[in-house]
Design a protein around this ligand. Sequence first.
Ligand code: FAD
Length: 626
Amino acid sequence: MERHEYDVVVIGAGGAGLRAAIEARQQGKRTAIICKSLFGKAHTVMAEGGAAAAMGNVNPDDNWMVHFRDTMRGGKFLNNWRMAELHAKEAPDRVWELEAWGALFDRTKDGKISQRNFGGHEYPRLAHVGDRTGLELIRTLQQRVVALQQEDEREHGDPEAFIKVFAECTITRLLKDGDAIAGAFGYWRETGDFLVFDAPAVVLATGGIGKSYVVTSNSWEYTGDGHALALLAGAKLINMEFIQFHPTGMVWPPSVRGILVTESVRGDGGVLRNSEGRRFMFDYVPDVFKDKYATTEEEGDRWYTDQANNRRPPELLPRDEVARAINAEVKAGRGSPQGGVFLDVSSRLPAAEIIRRLPSMHHQFKELADVDITQEPMQVGPTCHYIMGGVEVDADSGAASVPGLFAAGEVSGGMHGSNRLGGNSLSDLLVFGRRAGLGAAAYVDGLSARPATADVDDAMSEAVAPLERTGGENPYEVHHELQRTMNDLVGIIRKAGEITEALQVVEKLKERSKNTGSSGSRVYNPGWHLAIDLRNMLLVSECVARAALLREESRGGHTRDDHPGMSPEWRQKLLVCSAASDASGVTVEEKVQPSMRGDLISLFERSELEKYLTGDELAEYDAAVK
Ligand code: FAD
């Protein structure tokens, strides 16, 4: 069997994986980058709006403290505050570093990196490249990888001596030596041949889990692999009940169902209307945000040109608020003909300006759906977009609880609390990708010996099992039933009875998945790939549902119809998922969050904290600000 030896293996070639791999290589470690699909095709490429970083280029009042506050507010104070602090402090350096590596950001009139408005950010903060920021980010990071390979060629005569990409290669198991990581096992997508990576450190950067839901902005690779790999290796997942349903996925026509309409459409002036033509978001500003958002259309419209003297329009509330409002309008019978609401930029900006500011949006919907966004409103509704939950990591190093395992980007948990602000993901990838690469390199440096070479017989038997059950059940049917169940019963609005029903269905699907078979051989066989991925989707779905059932409150990306309010007691608790290594069952335990450091908590007004914290925590605040 093909076998490779590395110091650091990075699973995932999105922004987090590439940034981690660059750092590990810069620390002198032999590094492999593995990705399930083509190199360059990751969700990061699809990110449109930009990377949030408090550079203060457009509004000099912006700084890391304002960004930190916005992030904590967006996450409804459930965030790992140390991660939110590091992120807010380091994001500007990571953006400038990208520029030094060749990224061509849009500019302000005086030549600085331009920054745009986005929901939940107090000031214009998203560094962007039109609506193709993720593409530029990936292009730049890939270019950096190539530059390092050129250096290695000059120095060692081999461009891949220290950093090598393995594309279209899916990892199905992490390998261990005792308690510690010893490598990873996977297969080549095209040939089905197996391969093994022997390595003392693995960085997970596999992105999200959207394919457990029917309506999603996520593409086929996003089957929660990294989440499941971590669980099966003995690591823990946190915050799995918090899923972001992006408020504006296209609901019509079917050719673009689920595809995202970037928040920049609203940031640049687009408005949401119901079937009666009403800008309904003014009816949905929650109390905690009342003083920050405009109360009239006139004030909201003035804000686009004069932000100092007006409050922002409520279309720019955090995503969870907008998604719930759209859901409520549709349920109340005021939706668009195909079950969404109208998002209109055509009547707000001249066509040429729309094409200038939102070129990909215009091009994509014209090409894929014959919808001209300069001429007509879009029909939009919530789509499963992003998971806030993920591998529990140490904020500073990205280390998971299993020695040698690290995680960064969407697959890690904590940074975004119960809800991520738009633009905070791209900056998260850069900040924590770098830190995970550093953490992995330092871990390798600290080892006295490499782990023993792992046995891969079990991993191989597990992977070939679906091919040996040729008469077994169709994996596509099991997958579809899982997607419908999660969409309908553990979706944007949840109830105990429905979640319990979903868990019963998941149990049955777990049994059925043991019998899923695929005909054909290992050579390019998508049915076989799906049968393997099902294990991961079922595990992750079970974590989401179990945590969602336990958390009896509504916060961020978790709305319980039967527990509508936020509870200060629940804010203090994290739900921590673990699983047996044979994927047989998930357990969820409560864990108390550490209190915020005094200098950070004193960045907030007491009146704001009263909405979130317990009496004891407020007493700690009083002591900190004294
Ligand atoms: P990804 O970029 O998702 O990459 C994951 C990598 O892991 C891929 O290379 C994949 O092939 C690989 N992988 C997965 N499983 C395996 C496996 N088993 N074996 C090997 N490889 C594997 N965020 C923002 O901040 N601003 C935005 O404007 C924005 N817009 C978005 C628009 C869309 C349509 C989408 C879907 C997301 C958007 N996001 C945005 C969110 C953001 O893009 C993602 O959260 C982020 O890019 C995730 O990056 P990542 O590096 O963690 O993983």
